[in-house]
Every structure is written in C-alpha cells, then in structure tokens.
Design a protein around this ligand. Structure first.
Ligand SMILES: C[S@@+](CC[C@H](N)C(=O)[O-])C[C@H]1O[C@@H](n2cnc3c(N)ncnc32)[C@H](O)[C@@H]1O
Length: 202
C-alpha cells in the first residue's frame, strides 16, 4: 500500500471510529448527546464561518463530541493555542485529546465554565461555539450555560449555536443578545442552521 493509500485508510478508520464512538455515546446518554451522528462537514464549516480567526482572544467550543466542528475551526485558521474544547463524556474527551493534541482539551461540564477558565488562565474570549443540545436539557441548566458563555465573552464576542429548528435556538432577548447572522445548510442529517449572536446594544 502506498503512503497516500495508507493515510487515506487511516483517516477513514479514524472517521469510522468517531462515528461508532458517537453512536455508542448516544445510546448511553441520548438526552446529553441528542443526535445519532456527528455534525456533517457542511454544517461544521458553516458554524466555523461565524468565527473570525483574526480577532484576538480565545474560541471556546462547548460539547466537542468527536470533533467535526473542532476540525472546521482549525481549518478556518483558529490558532490551536487559542482554542479550548470542552466535553463532558470521558470517551469522547479522550478521543478528542488524541485527535487534537495541540488544543486545550478539557473534560468537564459546561456548568463549571468559570472555574475552567480560571484554571486555564483564559480571560479574553472572542467566540463561544455551543454544540450542546440546549433543547433537551433542563431549562435552568441550559439557561445557566448560555449565561456563563455570554458573560465570559468580550464586548464584541459572538455566541454561536447550531440547531435543527427553523427558528432561533435561543430566546435571545431574554439573554440580552441579538442575532447577527444565520446560515443554513441542507447537507446535514437533519438539515440545520448556525446562528451567531452578539450583545444587544444598551
Ligand atoms: C449534539 S452533540 C455535538 C457534538 C459535536 N460538536 C458535533 O457537532 O458533532 C453534543 C455534545 O455535547 C456534550 N455535552 C452535553 N452536555 C454537556 C455539558 N453539560 N458539558 C459539556 N459537554 C456536554 C455531549 O457529550 C456531546 O458530545
């Protein structure tokens, strides 16, 4: 086998392992994983397109899963030294740590964001990319996580949330946010949209 064939086969194996791991995690914890397959490349790129890698500060991804959005963020040009990914599932966290050795990979719950940022000395956050299934979480938990993400981001920060719904996944007025951009794709199972919110003017 040539080295190109070998590397293609390895990429295929890693992809297969990722899908298998994702599905197994879904079976263990359907409400927390909330999808039977990872986000498609098209959706992941759409999500990443809301992040401006030239802006200073960190990009924080909540709920990395098996990493399709992480891959898209790195391909977009987000520096690994300014990318933190959070994942509470130990199996997926270990998978991400091995797949992305140069990013800050944290196995923890998004409810602990302030302690996590303090532990890693992260103070300037430019984008919070939320892949958490807010809709299937208890409302007080989802609300708390959005508030923690919003409060951590800088004045021009973006809170990005993707959804299978046709409507805004966040009651943004309640959080003092406004939508700044919405992008949709049919190339995901099911079709999805990525919403970017900024702080509402006072
Ligand atoms: C819908 S999956 C999205 C995975 C990946 N970002 C993608 O787009 O394919 C949601 C992920 O969030 C993780 N998760 C759920 N609740 C969490 C929490 N409170 N803190 C951190 N991660 C969480 C799940 O384990 C799962 O990997």
């Amino acid at each position: 086998m040539s080295s190109t064939q070998q590397s293609t086969a390895q990429t295929g194996n890693a992809k297969g392992a990722g899908i298998g791991l994702f599905f197994a995690s879904y079976l263990k914890n359907p409400l927390k994983v909330a999808s039977i397959v990872p986000s498609s490349k098209a959706l992941s790129r759409l999500v990443a397109s809301h992040v401006d890698p030239k802006e200073p500060g960190w990009t924080v991804e909540l709920g990395g899963g098996t990493g399709p959005v992480t891959t898209a963020l790195l391909e977009r040009g987000v520096a690994p030294s300014r990318l933190m990914v959070l994942e509470r599932d130990p199996g997926m966290a270990a998978f991400l740590r091995e797949k992305f050795p140069t990013i800050t990979m944290v196995e923890d719950d998004a409810l602990n964001l302030p302690e996590i940022f303090a532990r890693h000395g992260i103070t300037d956050i430019n984008a919070v990319v939320c892949g958490l299934p807010l809709i299937s979480m208890p409302k007080d938990v989802g609300d708390k996580i959005v508030e923690l993400g919003r409060d951590a981001m800088g004045p021009n920060g973006r809170f990005i949330q993707y959804t299978y719904s046709l409507f805004s996944p966040l009651p943004y007025e309640r959080f003092g946010l406004v939508p700044v951009s919405v992008k949709r794709t049919l190339f995901n199972v099911p079709p999805a949209a990525a919403w970017a919110y900024g702080r509402a003017p006072r």
